[in-house]
Design a protein around this ligand. Structure first.
Ligand SMILES: Nc1ncnc2c1ncn2[C@@H]1O[C@H](COP(=O)(O)OP(=O)(O)OP(=O)(O)O)[C@@H](O)[C@H]1O
Ligand SMILES: [Mg+2]
Length: 258
């Protein structure tokens, strides 16, 4: 089982779009068993797959705060993905967990318990993080094997990422498997010279960690969530679908090499 966190504390860089479409590609095209976990109180990943985030029996908040078994919060969706949803119940988690000694490990413990109970039969778990380095993101980093960082190639792209990398480095002390699995260029416009320059910077900084596939700005990717569908359900011949299919191939190649 491969546990991947999609994270960048910068907002609006394509984390959720990458989570939903990478997870969907793995499930629909590669026929892998995939669990998508929404770790953002905005609940965008949850609604993107057609779920009503305010009508769920259990969400990640129940798992992390109320001890609901993780397996009991799993929802099977029509998009071919299994999902654990989130909504604004997750928003107060940093306050609720203040002073809880094993606070960083709640997600890891919940996953381990589900596995022990034989209820976590997945090839991939893909987790959508919120745009922050809050305790919930720390929980994701404690539970994950590798982090995929979506980055938009714009002027300030590299600035915020230093904090993210520092956090990942620091948290290696609580999770020795934690590493940056890859950096994916999102909302990419290859005709834009600034984007080309920033892309070159990224490659200089991250080297081979930058996926060869970049995700173009594609209106179909922005439209799909409002239909509760991944890009593969919404328009599988779009440029966005082709890009996420290629990204999936790179991710599978990484998994095979592990
Ligand atoms: N490649 C793309 N082409 C066009 N639109 C995109 C693309 N990727 C993301 N978007 C749109 O850009 C917006 C931000 O994307 P998304 O929600 O995936 O980012 P995020 O990093 O998850 O944001 P947040 O930090 O708020 O969680 C959304 O409206 C989304 O539909
Ligand atoms: Mg998001």
């Amino acid at each position: 089982m491969d546990i991947i966190a999609i994270a960048n504390q910068k907002g609006g860089v394509g984390k959720t779009t990458t989570t939903v479409n990478l997870a969907s590609a793995l499930a629909l095209i590669a026929k892998k068993k995939v669990l998508m976990i929404d770790l953002d109180s905005q609940g965008n990943a949850t609604t993107s797959v057609g779920l009503d985030k305010n009508a769920l029996e259990y969400t990640m908040a129940d798992v992390l705060l109320d001890g609901v078994a993780l397996a009991d919060a799993i929802i099977t969706t029509e998009t071919g993905l299994d999902v654990i949803g989130a909504n604004r119940d997750l928003a107060g988690i940093d306050v609720s967990l203040a002073g809880v000694s094993d606070a960083p490990f709640l997600l890891k413990q919940a996953l381990e318990q589900a596995q022990k109970d034989g209820k976590l039969d997945y090839d991939f778990i893909i987790m959508d993080c919120a745009p922050s380095l809050s305790m919930i993101t720390v929980n994701a980093f404690a539970a994950t094997d590798g982090v995929i960082i979506p980055m938009q190639c714009e002027y300030y792209a590299l600035e915020g990422v230093a904090d993210l990398i520092a956090t990942i480095e620091k948290l290696k002390s609580i999770n020795d498997k934690l590493h940056i699995r890859g950096v994916v260029r999102t909302l990419f416009d290859n005709r834009n010279t600034l984007a080309q320059d920033v892309s070159a910077e990224l490659i200089k900084h991250f080297g081979d960690l930058v996926y060869q596939t970049s995700i173009p700005r594609n209106i179909r990717l922005a439209e799909a969530p409002s239909f509760g569908q991944s890009i593969f359900g919404y328009e599988k011949s779009s440029k966005g679908a082709i890009a996420y299919h290629m990204l999936m191939n790179e991710v599978l190649t990484q998994t095979a090499a592990r």
